[in-house]
Design a protein around this ligand. Sequence first.
Ligand SMILES: [Zn+2]
Length: 677
Amino acid sequence: MSNPFLSPSPLPFELPPFAEIREEHYLPAFEAGMAEQLAEVAAISGISGTGSPEPPTFENTIEALERSGAVLSRVSLAFSNKTASDTTPGLQALDAEISPRLAEHSDAINLDQALFARIDALYQQRAELRLDPESEHLLQRYHDRFVRAGARLGEAERDRLRQINAELASLGTAFEQNVFADTRAAALVLDSAEELAGLPELAVAAAAENGRALGRDGKYVLSLQSYSNQPELASLDDPAVRRRLLAASLGRGAGSNPDLIRRMVVLRAERAALLGFANHAEYVVADQTAGSTEAVETMLTGLVRPAVANARREAEALAAEAGVERIEAADWKYWSEKVRKARYDVDASVMRPYLELESVIRNGAFFAAEQVYGLSFTERTDLVGHHPDSRVFEVKDADGSPVGLFIGDWFARESKRGGAWMNEVVLQSHLLGTLPVVVNNLNIVKPPAGEPALLSWDEVTTLFHEFGHALHGLLSDVRYPLASGTQVAQDFVEYPSQVNEMWADWPLVLANYAKHHVTGEPMPAELVTRMKQAESFGEGFRTVEYLAATLLDWAWHTVPAGTDPGDVEAFETAALERYGIAMPEIPVRYRSGYFAHIFAGGWYAAGYYGYIWSEVLDADTVEWFKENGKSIRESGEIFRRELLAVGGSKDAMAAFAGFRGRGPEIEPLLVRRGLTG
Ligand SMILES: [Zn+2]
């Protein structure tokens, strides 16, 4: 009975041996992995071992740290992918148990005084070390990381930090599990197909299938997406059903999560104060490309007025179309579709037959990566992913050399959390001799057996977006695992993925994949033109819904230490009012109760602004691809070399300037989002 995590996987590209991994393997592997890494760190810092420690060198300290924790890295990467994508009650229990222990483990390393003394000594001598730029940047990142984790604090403060981090880890896991349970419990159960009038036939069939799968035979069940404004709101004809659906969506987490939210906000503020910052946002942004809270606030607050004005113009058009004084939240998407149809003659359901999943993947996302970066994709049916629905593809470079593995898992299921995301299960690193293995997860409703999966335009865009993250991971070409692929500043990480969205409607690519799933006819050109025009109507809604979530995140994380934020709902209302973004007819993209980006784990806490921050770079880059006079293959090669390949191995803005020839400009974003008026 050997544990598959204890040794490197024998499979190609060190793909985790999913077929052999059992639930009972995780905990012993976590424990063995933490023990192994602590022993390695003790040896590095000279506490254990024989004789006196060697003086610190880059190799015996920084590089040795990069090599440490191999078992823990294998099990952690596989586990986080599995719990997000295909969880079980057993895995959820283990997650709750292990997350505070992992936080404690990180602190044991980050707050190790002997270890920090060595890192600091190297950092002080960095000018004399004659390191190559990649190694020098890594040393800088290590030093920053330890200082930001509290390595310079006194003993009592370090103890308090350990407590805070362990409690925050537990709270984040509990929050995520509440959202998971509430999202399932809030699925809308309908008695008759009539109540679903307006939905496409296949969606009605899928709702019936969903009912059967959930043990509600004869019922129609609409499972919820992670965000507030459910896609079915656009087509359900019955206003009462629309109201029920939106209420179910907005109510998630309202009962289970408020106490957790308040506690997390208080603890994050306390931790920021311990580390010398005014609030959590200031602590977070100091390590981001934005650099200061003022820079973030200036940008966000500058966008509010034009975005709200834009949305108000849309609201008026919707009210006129609906023949009402004022449009209500549950009716917005429905009437928005009607206006799009009237003004641009675009019907979302007319597009679906041309957007068949398999074609979008192979003739769209893969094809674009071939045209732009010279990559090719071959399905490896001999290799097994983390779930029967996940599929493994081998990726090769233009010269046939191996790039890595891509695992696609596009369908929704009860055991998967909401949303769409990318995971790395093996990190690319020349130091470790590893090539990347990356995963994309989406939540496309699985069609009844034998039926094609026909996507909405939004789903197509999401698929290209996540594939952009995958390419960032796959094309990584760095020495150190810490700098691999998507391990860049959080307000930079959405940039390459947003750039990849451009290929979804690039004429060459679109013509290659958007073909009728029965007749094979290309999507009519005028449908594409009208669809693009129609996209601009709706930017007001999209920008306000997003900015409201961003400013809500910002409000929670600018609460000063020692302040109780009070009632969650009242805080939310007051925050949106204060920033001038409150529009009752446009619910915030995520209400606090299910805002997993910022409260589950906290990766996006005070960082949700990163989407629009990154979009400035994205829009500017799209301009570059369109106007630089080079072929997309030539431009792709430059973008790959200067930006995707370098991951987190150099300063992000220097990497941007490396191919753009200057810093980013905001104008293209304002034009795209209709915010120039
Ligand atoms: Zn993303």
